[in-house]
Write a protein of this length. Structure first.
Length: 413
């Protein structure tokens, strides 16, 4: 086996994911992906004929986001036609999984140069959603629904907070901390190394900075926001008359009432974005004088209860730590996706983490969560922070629909 090196990582800024409001919403998803692929090649003087494969994460693979976005974006970026591409879907975990699979290909000796990344334009996917049909992860498979009822993610988040006894004030405090960390990171230029400006087809600038953060957010103004998912709880989802809330209660009858604690301010933001990482073997890097920035130490996948859906990150983190032969104390930078505040709060509590090491530069509550791209963004963010702070190890994980979580540990070189 050989080492898998991260040579470089880059990403777009995240644009507000609403048609007519977001700065990226008028662009094609392939254009967004091509932007980071172009940057990766130019920044590293990469001969794209050398690229063995491009592994891309995209969750909603339909219409403009369908048709193997990884391959089409590479062609749009002007890559050699020899550079193959494949696109995968592990829901929110897609952007970590693309990197993990790229690392596995390189470490096994099967490939020497693989680009991994992801794209999600939530402005587009929300614009084509059917408002009359409640989204169901089981695809309408009633047999599966009876075995493993899967609810709406925000309702799941409130259910977990209720079962764990985590109150709204704690979650709002975490959301404010995310905003404060992001504000500081932006002011200090901590994202500058990775962010690639996005340009329109005519060459004019579309976006060159984060569009979603809300500096000045306080616990007091978050307290005035109404919970969002109480209305989702009572939506009828099938002909049996079951609601999203009842699907959870069928597996967790002890959940008599929901304590609805999540709202727009302590949930992940709806945004557009793309990210890419260049991963090579040690031999390729040395031969082509590529300077590695990090080494991929270990990867892991973990499944957990699909009904509560969001609880797999803790066991995934424990699994990848065991694979790496490391302990919680060895990790200098933790990135846990803030899909909902309760996910990050439970993660911190269960692993007894030092909060100063978690989401140091803000998370999805402040910066947004472009589903298929977020994992790749977070790996790049962890790498930038390790270089800035002089830390050694970073661990990245996130919950994914279906009750899953991929995880990865990187080591700064």
């Amino acid at each position: 086996m050989t080492d898998a090196y991260i040579i470089d990582a880059c990403r777009t800024p995240r644009g507000i994911g609403k048609v007519g409001k977001g700065a990226l919403a008028h662009l094609h998803p392939q254009h967004l992906a091509a932007t980071v692929l172009n940057a990766l090649a130019e920044r590293n003087n990469l001969n794209t004929e050398d690229v063995d494969d491009i592994i891309w994460g995209t969750s909603t693979q339909i219409a403009k986001q369908g048709c193997d976005l990884g391959r089409m974006a590479a062609l749009d970026a002007g890559y050699s036609i020899k550079a193959s591409g494949v696109t995968l879907d592990r829901f929110c975990g897609s952007g970590i999984t693309s990197v993990n699979l790229a690392a596995a290909q390189v470490m096994s000796g099967m490939e020497d140069v693989v680009i991994a990344g992801g794209t999600e334009m939530m402005s587009y996917t929300s614009s084509i959603a059917d408002p009359k049909t409640p989204p169901m992860l089981d695809g309408g498979n009633m047999s599966l629904r009876d075995k493993h009822p899967q609810s709406q993610q925000g309702v799941c988040a409130d259910a977990i907070a209720t079962l764990e006894g985590i109150d709204r004030h704690a979650l709002d405090e975490l959301a404010v901390k995310s905003q404060q960390n992001a504000t500081r990171a932006i002011a200090e230029g901590r994202f500058a190394k990775s962010i690639i400006p996005v340009r329109n087809l005519d060459g004019s600038l579309a976006l060159d900075k984060e569009e979603f953060p809300r500096p000045g957010t306080s616990v007091e103004n978050l307290a005035g926001l109404k919970p969002v998912f109480s209305m989702w709880r009572d939506i009828v989802v099938d002909k049996t008359g079951r609601t999203y809330g009842q699907l959870i209660q069928s597996k967790y009858p002890e959940l008599k009432e929901f304590n609805h604690v999540h709202h727009a301010g302590n949930s992940s933001g709806v945004v557009d974005g793309a990210a890419a990482l260049l991963i090579t073997s040690k031999e390729y890097a040395e031969k082509n004088r590529q300077k590695p920035r990090a080494r991929i130490i270990a990867t892991a996948n973990m499944g957990d209860c699909p009904t509560l859906m969001l609880n797999a990150p803790v066991p995934a983190a424990r699994k990848v730590l065991q694979k790496a032969g490391l302990s919680v104390d060895d990790i200098d930078v933790w990135e846990i996706n803030e899909a909902f505040a309760v996910v990050a709060e439970k993660f911190i509590r269960d692993l007894n983490l030092d909060r100063q090491k978690v989401n140091i530069n803000g998370g999805a509550m402040a910066l947004g969560h472009p589903i298929g791209a977020t994992g790749s963004i977070l790996i790049g963010t962890a790498l930038d922070e390790l270089e800035r702070s002089g830390g050694r190890y970073g661990l990245v994980t996130m919950c994914a629909a279906g009750g899953m979580a991929p995880a990865i540990i990187i080591e700064r070189v």
